[in-house]
Design a protein around this ligand. Structure first.
Ligand code: PLP
Length: 460
């Protein structure tokens, strides 16, 4: 153990007790508290992060994972990933400071934002962060001036036209412009040591990775012709963070492995990295949010009456968090958060057309619409799974402070696995060859299920 994470940083979850039980306890405590009013909080299963890491190593053994700090910079996540030996990909000075503050060496940090503030480049130079990325002449000129000993990674554009969240408008240079940039770097005595790309998030076609790896090979050849000694290939992020993703991680990694074998075969001397964000943290975080207000609204549908003769109505529930904060994925990623009810409703309970809203009283702060829920009350808790990516610890990017409390938990088995850096034999593989959970929480507690998941199937 390198000592980034200690038992004091999280709640140790013993066998038979799950993060779900912990969440129940915490909601009870929050509801009974007379001193502070808590509207929302997270439970973070650090064991889920450990499990993801072992899956990654198993599926892509040739790739060295870095973590994209912007995705979730909460201390528990950074510490567990540092403990697992990951490097860190930082977008600005605040993120570099954050990871250096927990003791991560500068040699394990990439300043991977192609658009950098000069003061932040100077910070990198002063604090020994030497690997930086670029995709245009202007950035190169800034680095030449402020960080002459930097080693640069050239970001190339990808075809991300099918990705849910696209990056190529602001990230990466076209293949046609690469030679020009490589020549410019050579003229200015800047070392270009590698190529990176990012296929965007929610990409439905794993072949996008294969195409970008092939493109990177061409850029390596261009670089070699011009005398650059390139030895780093960075595959970026975009790997899915949830089990039910359209394209599974295992599917992507098999396409990536084949492309690497073809274009960057074992022994070619190229260090292969990836900068993953959502893959590591999405499923580890569960949010509990309480209903802070509710309102019944008549649906204006002339001539339509409910069975009992009254006009149809819908119920608006307001939560303490909304689209302008933790639920920003509704806006940016088109997600549809589905709540789990804490109390399981009986079969006889009627369901009502319902929607969930954030605290900002405008028409845009809608978290979910078209739900059918039993009658809920102010103070009831709703639970949302898979809430770890781009929800917490984004203060460094958005200039705001993160206020939502996080309780970190980890099962003893995950803690032991982390300490030994070994996937326990019994967790290794199931019959289908997929990684099993390092049981800490939700996965083992189907029978303790808090209530029905209102899946999109129940959305009108
Ligand atoms: N690398 C770069 C350059 C990024 O901009 C991002 C996120 O936007 C990531 C990696 C991480 O992406 P993801 O969370 O999809 O893995």
């Amino acid at each position: 153990m390198a000592g980034y994470l200690s038992e004091a940083d999280f709640v140790m979850v013993e066998e038979g007790f799950s993060t779900r039980d912990l969440l129940e306890q915490l909601t009870l405590g929050a509801s009974q508290s007379t001193t502070e009013e808590v509207a929302a909080f997270f439970v973070a299963d650090l064991g889920a992060v450990v499990r993801k890491h072992f899956c990654f190593l198993k599926c892509l053994p040739r790739v060295r994972p870095f973590y994209a700090v912007k995705c979730n910079s909460s201390p528990g996540v950074l510490k567990v990933l540092a403990e697992l030996g990951l490097g860190f990909s930082c977008a600005n000075k605040a993120e570099m400071e954050l990871v250096q503050h927990i003791g991560v060496l500068a040699s394990k940090i990439i300043y991977a934002n192609p658009c950098k503030q000069i003061a932040h480049i100077k910070y990198a130079a002063k604090h020994g962060v030497r690997l930086l990325s670029f995709d245009n002449e202007m950035e190169l000129a800034k680095v030449v001036k402020s960080h002459p000993s930097a080693k640069m990674v050239l970001c190339i554009a990808t075809d991300d036209s099918h990705s849910r969240s696209r990056l190529s408008l602001t990230f990466g240079v076209s293949l046609q412009s690469c030679r020009h940039l490589l020549e410019d770097a050579k003229r200015n005595h800047v070392e270009v040591v590698g190529v990176s790309f990012h296929i965007g998030s929610g990409c439905p076609d794993p072949q996008a990775y294969a195409q970008s790896i092939a493109d990177a090979r061409l850029v390596f050849e261009m670089g070699a012709e011009l005398g650059h000694r390139m030895h780093i290939l960075d595959l970026g992020g975009g790997f899915p963070g949830v089990e039910g993703a359209k394209v599974r991680f295992e599917e992507i990694s098999s396409v990536v492995s084949s492309a690497l074998d073809l274009y960057f075969p074992e022994g070619c001397g190229v260090d292969i990295l990836a900068k993953l964000g959502r893959y590591y943290v999405t499923s580890a975080f569960t949010l509990a949010a309480s209903i802070i207000a509710k309102k019944e609204v008549l649906l204006e549908q002339p001539g339509r009456e409910e069975e009992n003769g009254s006009a149809p109505k819908t119920i608006l529930y307001q939560l303490g968090e909304g689209e302008y904060g933790i639920f920003n994925s509704v806006l940016f990623d088109n997600t549809c958060p589905t709540p789990i009810l804490q109390k399981k409703p009986s079969m006889e309970q009627p369901l009502y057309s319902s929607s969930l809203w954030g605290p900002v009283v405008d028409g845009c702060d809608c978290i979910a619409e078209g739900l059918w829920l039993p009658q809920l009350h102010v103070g009831d808790w709703l639970v949302f799974e898979n809430m770890g990516a781009y929800t917490v610890g984004m203060g460094s990017l958005l200039g705001g402070a993160q206020t939502c409390r996080i309780t970190y938990a980890m099962s003893r088995v995950a803690w032991e696995a982390l300490r030994g850096q070994l996937l326990p034999a019994e967790q290794d593989e199931d019959a289908e060859g997929t990684c099993k959970p390092l049981s800490c929480g939700w996965e083992i507690t189907d029978t303790l299920c808090m209530g029905p998941v209102f899946t999109p199937a129940s959305i009108i």
